[in-house]
Design a protein around this ligand. Structure first.
Ligand SMILES: Cc1ncc(COP(=O)(O)OP(=O)(O)O)c(N)n1
Ligand SMILES: Cc1nc(C(=O)O)sc1CCOP(=O)(O)O
Ligand SMILES: [Mg+2]
Length: 205
């Protein structure tokens, strides 16, 4: 499976409607703390926009609703994984991305045969508090060797200025939240991300 080198993560269908039409090919809907009904509305809206723009939608955490709504890609962290029904996920034909932060988590990830493995945080992140120190760029190369054919996603503190570094070290895709969503001009920043990653995207197709 081939992942686009630019992996946008946002927390609403509104963000998806603003940014995906600019040329985003891979986006994660990461909604925390929502009631079921509005969450379902967000998911449906996100799915429709992505379908209209040939963008792969990945649903974070909410695997059950993702199956119900006919989505085809989910992302689960280690705790999500422990609570999920993997047989149901596979039976639904969904692809699965898994977070890792250390060796033990990598072993857990291998056991579920994920479609990609995410490593983070590469740099300090302001989005959420995490117990892990920044992994740094060398760790990307190490992870890439460990996971061989499985696509590798780098996440955490990534910016346009840092993206070439993580892709050069072996990440197949760079995931980003705040460098875009907290930028003064998110559309322009998103376009800069697309431009910075396009040479890699076109080399691989
Ligand atoms: C691409 C990608 N990598 C890692 C994460 C983090 O997942 P998780 O550890 O489950 O934390 P939450 O995002 O659910 O807070 C991710 N979402 N996407
Ligand atoms: C949601 C998330 N998970 C991470 C991990 O390491 O698993 S880092 C992270 C935050 C990514 O946001 P930003 O691009 O703003 O740093
Ligand atoms: Mg999660």
């Amino acid at each position: 499976m081939k992942l686009d080198p630019f992996y946008l993560i946002v927390d609403s269908a509104e963000w998806i409607s603003r940014l995906v039409p600019l040329g985003v090919r891979l986006v994660q809907l990461r909604i925390k703390d929502s009631a079921q009904a509005p969450l379902r509305q967000e998911l449906r809206a996100a799915k429709a926009i992505c379908a209209a723009h040939a963008c792969q939608l990945v649903v974070n955490d909410h695997w059950k609703m993702a199956i119900e709504e006919g989505c085809d890609f989910i992302h689960l962290g280690q705790e999500d994984l422990a609570a999920a029904d993997l047989a149901a996920i596979r039976k639904a034909g969904m692809r699965l991305g898994v977070s890792t932060h250390d060796e033990a988590e990598l072993e857990t990830a291998f056991a579920v045969r994920p479609d990609y493995i995410a490593l983070g945080p590469i740099y300090p992140t302001v989005l959420k508090a995490m117990p892990w120190s920044p992994q740094g760029l060398d760790r990307i190369a190490q992870w890439k060797m460990r996971i061989s054919g499985i696509p590798l996603v780098a996440i955490g503190g990534l910016t346009v200025e840092r993206v070439a570094g993580v892709l050069d070290r072996g990440a197949d895709s760079a995931a980003v939240v705040t460098d875009i969503t907290r930028n003064a001009d998110p559309e322009r920043r998103c376009t800069e991300w697309i431009a910075a990653t396009r040479p890699v995207a076109s080399k691989a197709t």
